[in-house]
Design a protein around this ligand. Sequence first.
Ligand code: CU
Length: 129
Amino acid sequence: MKNRMLLIVLSLISVVAILFASCGKPAPVTPSPGLPEDLTPDATPPTEPVTEVDIEGFAFKPETLTIPVGTTITWHNKDSVPHTVTSRENTFDGGVSYNDTYTYTFKQRGTFEYFCTIHPFMEGKVVVE
Ligand SMILES: [Cu+2]
């Protein structure tokens, strides 16, 4: 009787041990073929920062933009009507029809407020630092 109990206990222990062993087994690590080890992007920065302002829904998006000096901004008209990008101080002025773009490079520090001459309620501001 005592031997039988010992046998049961031993078999229970072995079952538990097998369960633990199968659970603790780490998932096989299979390297995915075809993928290069080094996926770091090209570290070369763009020579000049370019920022885009969308003209959409009769508004400049973003309305206010803070950029470092020398930045080129591209206004992209996504409305089906023409707009203008006109500086309050006549620093820059450009008309943009549908899906057209206007670019201007800010080479001086300062705050540049602009609007659309066709829809004067459309206003934007560029802060050049
Ligand atoms: Cu407009």
